[in-house]
Design a protein around this ligand. Structure first.
Ligand code: GUN
Length: 307
């Protein structure tokens, strides 16, 4: 049997969910739609990204967001501010971008330097431009099943699950991790798909016994290879959101929150790297496109009301 190269030959290739390939398809669909919009309206969606300070990892993420945004044919507006930027200056920039009709999505790269209040900055973003889906209005809309902009990572996980499993109705999903960015919105999305959802976290008792009865396990805890093979029922689908750098045999490598090589009995599993990670930028651009479409709809509605 052909096996996934990264896995010490224990996970069959057919069980590996190729997030990189799915994300490439998503990017290509976004690009096609942007080209169609440009031809029809002579305008394109725009994404503004704000980076405060010099954090090297954030700087790399922001550069790759710019590259991918431009590759999709969208406008990219990058704002790099010094580490010493005050809350007021940052809020003023957010307000300016809220009012800029060329900007349909605004992303403030996190983490912000310690003297800045990230919650207040996120709350200042127009919810209609909050392509990260972090604003409480979007979190609330997701919870009550209204049209929300949904956080990119759980949205990417859901796309991969539906692509692999089709209808998710009635499946028991266990989400390990309860962050506002991944765990909570993931649970809401799965609930909307009519799954039975359990949210587990660091205080959950008998965690392995919870995951062991799940049809779907989504793990986002930031603990290298915490989920072992015997935590997973044969035939279950496992989505690993973790990206952890570890040193093994003197070499630095990335591993997930799931012990990938022990997942040979799973129906399907995402690798790290190459699983959930590549989906995030694709979903960011897909959210920017969605924010653009909704802005167009609002413009058309108000034009009709005036005429
Ligand atoms: N930093 C790491 N991941 C993210 C993300 O998804 N959005 C924002 N705004 N900052 C991040």
């Amino acid at each position: 049997m052909e096996a996934f190269a990264q896995s010490e030959a224990l996970v069959p290739a057919s069980s590996v969910i190729d997030g990189k390939a799915y994300a490439a398809g998503l990017m290509s669909r976004v690009k096609t739609e942007v080209a169609e919009i440009k031809g029809r309206l002579n305008t394109v969606p725009g994404l503004a990204v704000i980076l405060v300070g010099e954090d090297p990892a954030s700087s790399v993420y922001v550069a790759s967001k710019r590259r991918e945004t431009q590759a999709a044919g969208m406008n990219s507006f990058e704002h790099r501010l010094p580490e010493t930027t005050s809350q007021i200056v940052l809020l003023d920039l957010v307000k300016e971008l809220n009012g800029d009709p060329r900007v349909h999505g605004i992303l403030v790269q996190l983490p912000l330097p310690g003297h800045l209040d990230a919650d207040a900055v996120i709350e200042a973003i127009d919810p209609a431009k909050d392509v990260d889906g972090f604003h409480v209005i979007n979190a609330g809309r997701l919870t009550v099943g209204q049209n929300a902009l949904v956080p990119c990572t759980p949205l990417g996980c859901l796309m991969l699950l539906k692509d692999r499993l089709g209808d998710l109705t009635g499946r028991h999903a266990v989400v390990v991790g309860r962050s506002n960015i991944v765990g909570k919105p993931m649970a809401q999305l799965l609930l909307q798909e009519d799954c039975t959802v359990t949210i587990a976290h660091r205080h959950s008792r008998d965690l392995a016994n919870l995951t062991r009865i799940a049809d779907i396990v989504v793990v986002a805890v930031g603990r290298p290879e915490m989920v072992r093979g015997d935590w997973i029922k044969p035939g279950a689908t496992v989505i690993d959101v973790g990206i952890n750098r570890v040193v093994r045999d003197g070499k630095s490598r990335l591993v997930g929150d799931v012990a990938f090589a022990e997942m040979g009995h799973a129906h399907a599993v995402t690798p790290v790297p190459g699983g959930v990670g590549p989906m995030t930028i694709g979903c960011l651009l897909s959210n920017t496109l969605e924010a653009f479409r909704r802005a167009q709809d609002r413009e058309e509605t108000s034009a009709m009301e005036i005429s």
